[in-house]
Design a protein around this ligand. Structure first.
Ligand SMILES: NC(=O)C1=CN([C@@H]2O[C@H](COP(=O)(O)OP(=O)(O)OC[C@H]3O[C@@H](n4cnc5c(N)ncnc54)[C@H](OP(=O)(O)O)[C@@H]3O)[C@@H](O)[C@H]2O)C=CC1
Ligand SMILES: C[C@H](O)[C@@H]1OC(=O)[C@H](O)[C@@H]1O
Length: 258
């Protein structure tokens, strides 16, 4: 079902898009009129079951292909963005992929910490770099949206490594907005609160804390992946043409009250 024409004619790339929020961002992009959505992930099979994301998108009438890419590898991001050339080049890059750690906290082990940083912090940088290079080469005044988290703004003792990575993403968006603005390229972060996905349900500490977060959320409920998808569709669209360098909270009001 088409929801709007916010992304009409746009070529969109989404990382971590086989499952969870990334899957919702990709499907919502098609529902908001995207011409093509490139679905990227380390595996194509959706965790929550159902058809692969690209297949669901093609049913909506948009073009879509799956590209296997591990965002922690710069070369994978470069190859992923190169895929967009067949559709005319990337207009909107959603660097969504991210992980949590079962070992997170003040004593997070070095190896786990470095693995998380390679996905959550290196990944968005490599994706943004590749997308910006192509946008500049094609003269596209595109939009890049980096996945942060409310934890990257408030901090959280249960997620020392995770929140640190997401705080880095928030400042990365501000810095890239400054660097890429003269080329007409906008860069923003999105900072979801507690969104009902496999990651929230299975990350120790976070899962236990989520009910407490929910009770303190003004809207008294967890967010839906599709609600993040709609919010970032706005950041990807021309409706946000003067929005850059910000971190858009999608948290039901939670961070405003804790
Ligand atoms: N859920 C929440 O409450 C919130 C989530 N976020 C952020 O939103 C993003 C998506 O989270 P969510 O949908 O909940 O998480 P999920 O774990 O449900 O989905 C993440 C997706 O990214 C994929 N992925 C993992 N590692 C890589 C990698 N190295 N390269 C490419 N893809 C990878 C996963 O694949 P696989 O399944 O194989 O691991 C999965 O398909 C993350 O960045 C997360 O930090 C931010 C705030 C709130
Ligand atoms: C504590 C975190 O911020 C919380 O856990 C997650 O997975 C989400 O990022 C929430 O924001």
């Amino acid at each position: 079902m088409i929801k709007s024409n916010m992304l009409d004619g746009k070529v969109v790339i989404v990382t971590g898009a086989s499952s969870g929020i990334g899957r919702a961002i990709a499907i919502r992009a098609a529902e908001h009129g995207a011409k093509a959505v490139i679905v990227s992930d380390v595996v194509e099979t959706p965790r929550e079951g159902g058809e692969p994301t690209a297949s669901e998108i093609r049913k909506l009438g948009a073009q879509s292909v799956f590209v296997k890419a591990d965002v922690s590898r710069k070369a994978d991001n470069d190859e992923l963005v190169a895929t967009a050339e067949q559709f005319g080049g990337v207009d909107v890059m959603f660097a969504n992929a991210g992980i949590t750690l079962k070992t997170d906290g003040p004593e997070v082990p070095e190896e786990d910490y470095r693995r998380l940083m390679s996905v959550n912090l290196d990944g968005p940088l490599f994706g943004a770099q590749a997308a910006a290079r192509q946008m500049k080469a094609l003269g596209k005044q595109g939009s890049i949206v980096l996945m942060a988290s409310m934890g990257g703004i408030s901090g959280a003792g249960i997620t020392v490594a995770y929140s640190t990575s997401k705080g880095g993403v928030v400042v990365m968006a501000k810095s890239l907005a400054d660097a890429l603005g003269p080329a007409g390229i906008r860069v923003n972060a999105v900072a979801p609160g507690t969104i009902d996905t496999e990651l929230l349900r299975t990350s120790p500490g976070i899962a236990q804390a989520s009910e407490g977060f929910r009770q303190r959320t003004p809207l008294l409920r967890l967010g839906k992946p599709s609600e993040v998808g709609d919010a970032v569709a706005f950041l990807g669209s021309d409706l946000s043409s003067y929005v850059s360098g910000t971190a858009l909270l999608v948290d039901g009001g939670l961070l405003s009250v804790i």
